[in-house]
Design a binder for this molecule. Structure first.
Ligand SMILES: [Mn+2]
Length: 388
């Protein structure tokens, strides 16, 4: 039988990290639809993140993206976060938006461009020192579009060299999380296309290098929970970039396209002690809200992760193990499906009430009238986000 008080404690202590870029304008490559009241700087992004925390109670950490969130004084930004009960989370590097990086950043054939990319990554670690961030998240758009364009193996050598230099620079309590993605923007080869490539590099680097699983970065049909179980076993799962996808890297709200997949992933996390803080798995969102209202979309996403986590925690592990050991395929499968089919919304509402929160986070946000305030107040200036 599942211990309900342990389930509740695990849900109350879960921490979901929201992305600063989720609060700004974003779009497809065709159009950015601007929204009224969107933050104009990193401080206003944190103000919005604070609303998500106020409504949910489990989202007190905010990931930053450099250079989008560059400020003169990161210590001051940290103080602003703290004032709202927030802390600054992963620092996301960006070596994909400079003209120099057209043919790659750390894997570029030109040593001067590689140096420029490495300098940016090292600057991100300097920023982590100021923000108190634990994690440097690395995603490289590096790759090639045409056969013969560059030497596949040489690019791996250059990548390894850059990663080693960054690893060397990390402090004792800092980590680097290496993200992989199958394709896009490169279409022929990608230099970190899959978890195996990321894992091999991280293994060579050492314990402070971990793999991050972005749920939108796989080929259709990939069994992500297998990857999660494998990486947890090897102590190499640094965290998640959660989002949903139907086709490619769609960056939709996590749990919206395939809540069953999210449950299966979180089942592996829960049963392998991945929810415990000491395991070090970061539960981050990496998504954009192009057509829906941004702050409530982040709240909904946090709720979707909570619901999947609650269902995963309700799996009767004794019954599951009994079914598995006796070879009772149907019984074992039924244990998982029973948990998945449980309506956990009343349980989560109860937990929120116990924490002094509105049982309905969406209603809490609506009642706060924050949306009206920012629409009225944030006039003038340049909205944060991608260009129109
Ligand atoms: Mn990501």
């Amino acid at each position: 039988m599942t211990d309900l008080s342990a389930v509740k404690a695990a849900l109350k202590s879960q921490r979901i990290e929201t992305p600063s870029w989720g609060y700004g304008n974003s779009g497809t490559r065709f159009k950015v639809f601007r929204q009224a009241g969107v933050p104009r700087d990193p401080y206003e992004k944190l103000d919005d993140a604070a609303q998500v925390q106020a409504a949910t109670g489990v989202a007190p950490v905010v990931s930053l993206h450099i250079p989008w969130d560059r400020v003169d004084d990161f210590a001051e930004l940290g103080t602003h976060a703290k004032k709202h009960g927030l802390t600054l989370g992963a620092i996301n590097s960006n070596v994909f938006q400079d003209d120099d990086f057209k043919l790659g950043s750390v894997t570029n054939a030109d040593p001067a461009i590689r140096r420029k990319a490495l300098d940016h990554l090292l600057e991100c670690v300097d920023i982590m020192d100021q923000t108190g961030s634990r994690d440097l998240k690395l995603w490289f758009s590096d790759g090639t579009n045409y056969p013969g364009q560059d030497d596949i193996r040489a690019r791996q050598d250059r990548l390894a060299e850059a990663l080693a230099a960054v690893y060397e620079r990390l402090g004792d309590d800092q980590r680097m999380l290496l993200e992989y993605k199958l394709f896009e923007p490169a279409f022929y080869t990608t230099d970190v296309p899959d978890w195996g490539t990321s894992y091999a590099h991280c293994l060579k680097l050492g314990p402070k290098a971990q793999v991050v699983v972005d749920t939108g970065h796989h080929a259709p049909g990939t069994n992500i929970e297998f990857i999660v179980a494998f990486l947890l076993r090897e102590k190499k799962l640094g965290g998640f970039d959660f989002n949903s996808r139907f086709y490619a890297d769609d960056d939709l709200m996590v749990g919206s396209a395939d809540p069953f997949q999210l449950f299966r992933i979180l089942h592996e996390v829960a049963k392998n002690n991945g929810l415990a803080a000491e395991t070090g798995v970061a539960f981050m969102l990496d998504q954009c809200h192009n057509i829906e209202a941004k702050i409530p979309a982040v709240i909904r996403s946090v709720m979707n992760v909570q619901e999947a986590t609650a269902k995963a925690l309700l799996v009767d592990l004794d019954a599951l193990t009994a079914g598995q050991r006796s070879g009772d395929v149907l019984a074992a499968n039924a244990v998982l499906m029973d948990a998945y089919n449980t309506d956990v919304r009343p349980l989560l509402a109860e937990i929120r009430q116990e924490q002094g929160l509105n049982p309905d986070p969406m209603a809490a946000y609506r009642d706060s009238r924050w949306q009206q305030q920012i629409v009225a107040g944030r006039v003038g200036g340049e909205q944060a986000g991608w260009g129109a």
